[in-house]
Design a protein around this ligand. Structure first.
Ligand code: AMP
Length: 113
């Protein structure tokens, strides 16, 4: 999608620190990490958020969940980790392309702010 930051990263028009890629998904390090590990995982297909997900996206969603589990292992997040996706402005979504934050490497609190 034109003017979408993460579509441009997915299409390699913009640089990112890519840590994982398949035909359908891409993971790269967040530019402003909030923890020792902070990776963003996106579908290459443009979806604005999980609010756009339908049953037709089942395969890519399962692939993303499995990828996050693999990434947590390769990042050595043996103590646990958090996966988060923000939807809309109240939740703090700032990039309107579906992405999961994979955050770990430090102790976290609940509830989030
Ligand atoms: P959210 O606020 O949930 O939409 O998350 C967007 C995330 O994208 C934030 O954590 C930003 O730090 C991150 N971000 C924005 N631009 C870039 C970029 N060019 N490369 C990597 N991460 C980015």
């Amino acid at each position: 999608m034109a003017d979408c930051l993460f579509c441009k990263i997915a299409q390699r028009e913009l640089e990112a620190d890519v840590v994982y890629e398949t035909g359908a998904v891409l993971a790269f390090r967040d530019i402003a990490p909030v923890a020792p590990t902070h990776v963003l995982l996106i579908p290459k297909e443009h979806l604005a958020s999980v609010a756009d997900v339908t049953t037709a996206h089942g395969d890519v969603l399962v692939e993303m969940l499995a990828a996050m589990s693999s990434l947590a292992e390769s990042e050595n997040l043996t103590g646990g980790y958090r996966i988060v996706t923000n939807v809309g402005s109240d939740a703090g979504q700032s990039v309107n392309h579906l992405h999961w934050h994979l955050i770990g490497g430090r102790k976290m609190e609940w509830p989030p702010g």
